[in-house]
Design a protein around this ligand. Structure first.
Ligand SMILES: Nc1nc2c(c(=O)[nH]1)N(C=O)[C@@H](CNc1ccc(C(=O)N[C@@H](CCC(=O)O)C(=O)O)cc1)CN2
Ligand SMILES: Nc1ncnc2c1ncn2[C@@H]1O[C@H](COP(=O)(O)OP(=O)(O)OP(=O)(O)O)[C@@H](O)[C@H]1O
Length: 182
């Protein structure tokens, strides 16, 4: 199966899982994920999360818990590289129609990067949106300072093995509501 077909297949699998997930169970899984993440994340440093959209797993509870230390991806335009700004509380829609901090929020360099996944394997190889935003961010940030990278997903998004592309930078850990891999 080629990568676009695999990505579609995994998005379908995620959609089917989320559609069948009762609200109460969803809340329990989100709380379990936030708790696992809080236990893994060091006590200091900037943590870049993401504003979940569609069927992605929501990490906003972690953002609330981290307060000032929480940052989000920020884009001026679709073609621009991904940057990060302190999350604060104000949000506006970015060019991908994903909520982001306002343009006056401080630019920051994360020490911990939460990476929303379409799929990952047991070794931390990853498939995302396919636009290379996280591929480039992982390469760029890691060249400047040590960074902890945590892939975030529902359990159904984890597969045994994915063939990595040459530019792929494996994740340090993959975290789901029930497991920490890696
Ligand atoms: N919640 C969240 N925030 C994120 C990402 C992500 O995957 N999830 N990103 C990850 O890089 C970055 C934004 N990059 C993105 C790149 C492409 C699309 C996009 O095209 N989405 C549409 C169309 C997909 C398609 O090409 O078919 C979609 O999902 O329907 C979205 C975000 C940073 N913020
Ligand atoms: N370090 C990099 N610098 C420039 N371009 C890159 C880099 N890494 C990847 N790319 C390009 O970005 C695209 C990423 O496609 P790929 O299918 O690997 O996305 P992905 O695994 O879903 O990851 P992402 O979540 O980063 O989009 C490819 O076209 C690749 O050539």
């Amino acid at each position: 199966m080629d990568k676009p077909a695999f990505r579609r297949e995994m998005r379908r699998r995620r959609a089917a899982f989320v559609a069948a997930l009762p609200a109460s169970e969803r809340e329990a899984l989100l709380a379990a994920l936030a708790e696992r993440l809080l236990a893994l994340i060091p006590d200091t440093g900037i943590v870049a999360g993401y504003s979940a959209y569609g069927d992605e797993i929501d990490v906003s509870a972690l953002g609330t818990a981290l307060g000032d230390r929480y940052a989000l991806p920020w884009f001026a335009a679709r073609e621009d590289p991904m940057t990060f700004r302190r999350a604060g509380t104000a949000r506006e829609d970015g060019p991908f129609r994903i909520a982001q901090p306002t343009a006056d929020a401080e630019i920051v360099e994360p020490d911990v990067l939460l990476v929303p996944l379409v799929a990952a394997d047991l070794a931390g190889n990853r498939v995302g949106q396919g636009k290379g935003h996280y591929d480039r961010a992982l390469a760029g940030l890691a060249a400047r300072k040590p960074i902890l990278t945590l892939g975030i997903a529902w359990d159904v998004q984890v597969v045994e093995a994915l063939p990595p592309d040459p530019w792929d930078v494996p994740l340090d850990r993959v975290v789901t509501p029930s497991r920490i891999l890696g």
